[in-house]
Design a protein around this ligand. Structure first.
Ligand code: CAA
Length: 276
């Protein structure tokens, strides 16, 4: 693949969008390669994914403006669908996906981060939906996911004004879960760059998730995602079914057995994916 790096470390896999010269902007090829990468994740062993961008400066600076500049109406719609299909695959991916946002997350970059379950960013990150300044709407789910994440009023303000926001504001309005800074020693020397600290934090969170019961974690993701699409009466039924689905699994037997036997060392991480 030209623009995607894929690395597996135990139960955690990292996908890196690797088009640094264009600040990791999403052209059709990047989207196709991302789609293929997701199709090839080994779900028998990988329990959590991290999505990031190559380099220190940019996570993803949006959809590729050069590629979009000559599109017809029909081609524009098709390009929106291409992005939406991949982002929806990420959003509904069976295992959790953490966006490690290193720098710019603009337009399609902000949108792809919102398709992930959790966003952690470096303190140089910048989020925004600048599309109306380019004469278009957000096209990879931004009008929908931003409103759902931070509320319609705040989403409308950010989208209509095309104002970019820095990491502290993104954290304050609930767009990101955690902001990570570079580590500096007493003399002021950088001992860990913001990107290194970010990836360390993302890996730590991913490893914590991966150490929990895999079937239960998957079912939690599905319960939250599916439940948010329907009213509460239907939502709790979705939860009941996914709760019930956990019983009789190796995870549930081992998890509860360990507790009852007071065996704190026999962790769930030894449980394989037999029941998936
Ligand atoms: N598409 C294509 N190329 C892009 C790009 C994008 N979205 N963002 C950056 N690049 C390219 C630049 O053209 C430049 O390439 P060259 O070196 O070949 O000239 C390279 O990346 C570096 O960019 P800059 O020189 O502009 O870097 P900077 O530090 O001065 O500015 C920036 C950084 C503020 C992020 C600026 O690049 C920028 O504003 N980028 C566009 C951001 C944007 O508007 N994104 C939304 C796109 S629309 C969208 O995403 C629609 C959708 O919802 C699907």
């Amino acid at each position: 693949m030209e623009y995607i790096l894929y690395e597996v470390n135990g139960a955690v896999a990292t996908i890196t969008i690797n088009r640094e010269k264009a600040l990791n902007a999403l052209n059709s090829q990047v989207l196709d390669e991302l789609n293929e990468t997701l199709d090839n994740v080994d779900l028998a062993t990988v329990r959590c994914l991290i999505l990031t961008g190559a380099g220190e400066k940019s996570f993803v600076a949006g959809a590729d403006i050069g590629e979009m500049s000559t599109l017809t109406k029909a081609e524009g719609e098709a390009f929106g669908k291409k992005g939406n299909d991949v982002f929806r695959k990420l959003e509904t991916f069976p295992i959790p996906v953490i966006a490690a946002v290193n720098g710019f997350a603009l337009g399609g970059g902000c949108e792809i981060s919102m398709s992930c379950d959790i966003r952690i960013c470096s303190d140089n990150a910048m989020f925004g939906q600048p599309e109306v300044g380019l004469g278009i709407t957000p096209g990879f789910g931004g009008t929908q996911r931003l409103a759902r994440l931070i509320g319609a009023g705040m989403a409308k303000q950010l989208i209509y004004t095309a104002r970019n926001i820095k990491a502290p504001e993104a954290y304050r309005i609930g767009l990101v879960n955690q902001v990570v800074s570079a580590e500096v020693d007493e003399a002021g020397n950088v001992v860990k760059s913001a990107k290194e600290a970010l990836m360390e934090a993302a890996n730590k969170m991913a490893s914590t998730i991966a150490a929990n019961a895999p079937i239960a974690v998957r079912n939690c993701k599905k319960a939250i995602n599916d439940g948010l699409q329907v009213d509460m009466d239907k939502a709790i039924v979705i939860e009941e079914k996914l709760f019930g689905d956990c019983f009789e699994t190796e995870d549930q037997k081992a998890g509860m057995g360990n507790f009852l036997e007071k065996d704190k060392e026999k962790k769930l991480k030894v449980v394989p994916f037999k029941n998936c």
